[in-house]
Structure formats: C-alpha cells, structure tokens
Write a protein that binds this ligand. Structure first.
Ligand code: NAP
Length: 323
C-alpha cells in the first residue's frame, strides 16, 4: 500500500489501479452551516493533509468543495487537481437511465472539475424523474431499473467523466443483482460502518467480490438527525481510548481502518480534523479487538426515509433485504 505525502495510506482498486486515500473527508453537514463555512473547513482540511473528499448532489456541498479546490490550487496548497480523490453521488430523482450522464455533468459543473474519481448511486431506489425534495414524498418512490441505470453509470466511466463507479447503501443481495448485469463491476460500496454496526456479512461479500467497502458515519454521526452519540459514548471504546491515550473517536476510526476498509469522517473543527488524522502510527491489540468484536450490534442509519407504503421498499427490512 502506498500513501499520500501526508502519510495517509492509499488503497488501489479498479481495473485502472486508482489510488484512494483510505481516510476521506465528509461534507454532509447537520445542522447546515452555509457555503462559505463549508469551503473554509475544506480548505483547512487540505492544509492538514486530507486529499479525499466525499460529497453528493444532495448535500449542497459540491459548489463549496469546487471553490475550495480552486482556491487550494491558486494559493499553492496543491499543485494539481490530480492530487485529490473526489467522490460524488447520483440522487434518486436522477436515477433513471437517461438522466445519469446529465446529472454527473451538472455535478462536475458545480465542482468545477473535468472528471470525478468516483461516482456512486446514493441509494438503491429511484424517485420521480427530476425531483429533488427531501424527505422524498411517499408517492414519489419508484423501483430502480438497475439495467438502464447501471449501463448509464458505465457510460459515465467510458466517457472519462469519472475514473470509477460504485454504489452506496447496497445489501449483498442488491450487489449480487448489479454484478449479474455489470460489464464494469462496482468498485466501491459506501455504507454505514462503525464498532456498533460492524457489517461483517457485507464486508466478507465485498472482499470476495473485489468491491472496496467504505464506511460512512464512522463515529455514529453524533449531533446529526441521522445519528447519535452511541459510538462516542460507548464505554468499551472509552476504556480502550483511556488506556491508549487516544480518544473514543480515534479508537473507532483505527478499528475501521484495521478491518481493511475505507473511512469517510466529517469534522469542521480544526482540532478534531487533526485528531481524526492521527490513527496511522499505533494499533489496537488482540484483546481490544476482541472487546470491540463483542459489542452489541444495530444499525444507526435505518433508511426509514427511503420506505413508503406504496413501495418499492415498504419496510426497512426491504431496503437491506433482511441482512
Ligand atoms: P461521522 O463522521 O461519524 O460524525 C460526524 C459528527 O461527529 C459531527 O457532528 C462532528 O462534529 C463529530 N466529530 C467528528 N470528529 C470528532 C471527534 N474526533 N470527536 C468528537 N466528535 C467528532 O458522521 P457522518 O457525517 O454521517 O459521516 C461522514 C461522511 O460520510 C458524511 O459527511 C458524508 O460525506 C458521508 N455519508 C454518506 C452517507 C451515504 O448515504 N452514502 C450517509 C451519511 C454520511 P464536528 O464537525 O463539530 O467535529
């Protein structure tokens, strides 16, 4: 494994040997902070050494990320856009065969970029073409036509609008469906993963199929509407942290890294940004790993906002196929 000039290990994946820094910077913010604060936080993170950025058409952070990249180039924090790894995601309203390429072009315009490193299907469900409201209206949901949407994702890669393509919030079952029709298999599946939701089955499936699993909400998304404090306030993690002179956040991030997956963490606070980078020069011992392994498991992000009494997902179990 190589590493960035700031010592973040890089994972090589895909047929083109793309290099993804295994620790990425998240830009989904709650409560919202505004474009200027987002841009300033991203610039600060580039100064500190973050090189991998995660955004989505839905987050409203594509434009501030694009502006931060322009400024980082103009003040010489980076010499070239190629030093960065940029991911964005296709929203449900654009998850229709004929809307995928235009949606990616719009994202590139927001980001002021010529290409993406990774383009993900955000959730495995569509909603009425060209609708962007959230929460999505119950009557707006539609089953995703995997055939046409994945073919259009592949077209994005063939057109060199993105170096790689992948998915997010996909179960083993749904990955199997995509793999059955794919000419280009998904390079990445980005899902919730942390010590309280360890994703053992999905991790195994992804490893066996050459899909790089990337963890979102690695700290449990504390203080957001989709998360809480159960990771940062976990007694077992706090005890391990105390014994090692680290924080519970660092123990969680280190544990994820040691499982051989990627991790996207969000902090707009300079001290915590630095803290989250400090996970590569120490390790967890066997006893600590065993304690974490035994933590009770449950999802934080249930996906209930993607269910509807009209389908295609009537229950949370439908989204995750009971996995
Ligand atoms: P997270 O990274 O687990 O947690 C973020 C929260 O933790 C923020 O409130 C942050 O506050 C706080 N925090 C960060 N570092 C900390 C530390 N060292 N100590 C204590 N608190 C700390 O949650 P997330 O934002 O849900 O996940 C990360 C990224 O993954 C997102 O930003 C987004 O890019 C992506 N994501 C993707 C999906 C998807 O569906 N694909 C879903 C959710 C998230 P401060 O900013 O004040 O530090």
């Amino acid at each position: 494994m190589g590493s960035t000039s700031f010592g973040i290990p890089e994972h090589r994946f895909g047929s083109n040997g793309e290099k993804m820094p295994v620790l990425g910077f998240g830009t989904a913010v709650f409560p919202p902070v505004g474009a200027e604060a987002t841009k300033m936080a991203i610039l600060q993170s580039i100064k500190l050494g973050y090189r991998h950025f995660d955004t989505a058409a839905k987050y409203g952070s594509e434009q501030p990320l694009g502006e931060a990249i322009q400024e980082a180039l103009s003040i010489g924090l980076i010499q070239s856009r190629d030093e960065l790894f940029i991911t964005t995601k296709l929203w449900c309203g654009d998850a229709h065969g004929d809307l995928v390429v235009p949606a990616l072009k719009r994202s590139l315009q927001n980001l002021k970029l010529e290409y993406l490193d990774l383009f993900l299907i955000h959730w495995p469900v569509s909603c009425k073409p060209g609708t962007y409201e959230f929460p999505i209206k119950e009557e707006s949901f539609l089953p995703m036509d995997f055939n046409s949407v994945w073919a259009a994702m592949e077209e994005c890669q063939r057109l060199n609008l993105t170096k790689s393509i992948g998915v997010s919030n996909f179960s083993c079952k749904k990955l199997t469906d995509i793999l059955a029709i794919a000419n280009i298999p998904p390079a990445v599946n980005q899902v919730e993963m942390n010590p309280m939701w360890q994703q053992k089955k999905l991790r195994e499936f992804c490893r066996a199929n050459g899909i790089f699993l990337t963890a979102y909400s690695p700290l449990g998304a504390n203080r957001t509407f989709w998360g809480g404090d159960r990771v940062l306030e976990c007694e077992v993690l706090k005890e391990i942290a105390k014994a090692k002179g680290k924080t519970a956040a660092q123990v969680s991030l280190r544990w994820i890294y040691e499982q051989g997956v990627g991790v996207i963490v969000k902090s707009f606070n300079g001290e915590r940004m630095k803290q989250n980078l400090g996970i590569f020069d120490w390790s967890l011992d066997e006893d600590e790993l065993k304690k974490i392994d035994q933590l009770p498991q449950s999802r934080g992000v249930t996906g209930v906002a993607y269910t509807s009494k009209y389908g295609p997902f009537r229950t949370v179990e439908d989204i995750w196929d009971g996995e």
